[in-house]
Ligand binder design. Structure first.
Ligand SMILES: Nc1ncnc2c1ncn2[C@@H]1O[C@H](COP(=O)(O)OP(=O)(O)OP(=O)(O)O)[C@@H](O)[C@H]1O
Length: 267
């Protein structure tokens, strides 16, 4: 695996009828890199993640994971959405075990052990036998994260994973994500509206321009790791977050023959 080889996106476009959601997106993500995607509402962030997850098909271009073209969903990619999408009729433990059913060479007992291990990692020990409805939103997201990590995906795709949580729980989950990443070092792509969340977690932040969605700029986050939410109080952090915010709200340069809508027109 070369340095830029975990995920490669080239010339990616996605149209929904007349709506050009993405146009000419190029992006390379290295193994164990944490990359966030930010941009105005409707700029195509979720569409980009869905294309990588294989839930949507590109109109043009390619998505490759470890050199293999993405043709549909697969266990090499774990996905965490804003809503936890746990099966309500199964306990938390069974939800994780269910996701492990396709793992070759894992006995029932192995699946149970693996589920307990990952539920422990996200701080859910003691809640294995709870049903999703008995858990808070934050705990449900912990379970969803455990489920996605349990089968060892090569890339973790997260679409506003903490967007539905209250501010305090959101902060706790950001700390958890930082800790998990420090311990497991996997490749993560995080879509978020929260600039501070993007900066504190990421090695690079991709700023997208509004419709049609394109990569406007990619910024390095030169803040030392391991990080904690306390990193957000530094001047270096605040300056970078301010620069990203300015980029999101700045009107993009029109391309010749382009049809950009001003950022303010995005809802
Ligand atoms: N299935 C679909 N059918 C038609 N249009 C779609 C579909 N999915 C997305 N779009 C359109 O594509 C554009 C990009 O949508 P997308 O949800 O990817 O943006 P986003 O940046 O994730 O937005 P938000 O930040 O509000 O979640 C929008 O104009 C949206 O209306």
């Amino acid at each position: 695996m070369n340095e830029t080889g975990k995920l490669r996106i080239a010339g990616l476009a996605k149209r929904f009828g007349d709506v050009v959601a993405l146009d000419g997106v190029d992006l390379a993500v290295a193994e164990n890199e944490f990359v966030s995607i930010v941009g105005a509402s409707g700029c195509g962030k979720s569409t980009l993640l869905s294309l990588i997850a294989g839930l949507e098909t590109p109109s043009e271009g390619v998505v490759e994971v470890s050199g293999r073209p993405v043709t549909g969903p697969g266990r090499d990619r774990g996905v965490v959405f804003q809503q936890a999408t746990l099966m309500p009729w199964l306990t938390v433990q069974r939800n994780v075990e269910f996701a492990l059913r396709g793992e070759a060479g894992l006995s029932k007992a192995d699946r149970a052990d693996r589920a307990r291990e990952f539920l422990g990692l996200v701080g859910l020990e003691g809640f294995e036998q709870a049903f999703p409805a008995q858990l808070s939103g934050g705990m449900q997201q912990r379970a969803a994260l455990a489920r996605s990590l349990s089968y060892g995906p090569e890339i973790l795709l997260m679409d506003e994973p903490f967007g539905a949580l209250d501010a305090l729980t959101r902060r706790t989950m950001q700390e958890l994500l930082l800790e998990v990443w420090e311990r497991h070092r996997l490749t993560v792509l995080l879509v978020t509206h929260d600039i501070d969340e993007a900066v504190v977690t990421s090695d690079r932040v991709v700023v997208m321009s509004p419709r049609p969605g394109r990569v406007r700029e990619i910024l390095d986050v030169p803040i030392a790791r391991p990080r904690s939410l306390a990193s957000e109080r530094t001047t270096e952090f605040r300056d970078l977050a301010d620069a990203i915010l300015a980029l999101i709200h700045e009107r993009p340069e029109p391309r010749s023959g382009g049809s950009e809508v001003p950022a303010a027109a995005a809802e």
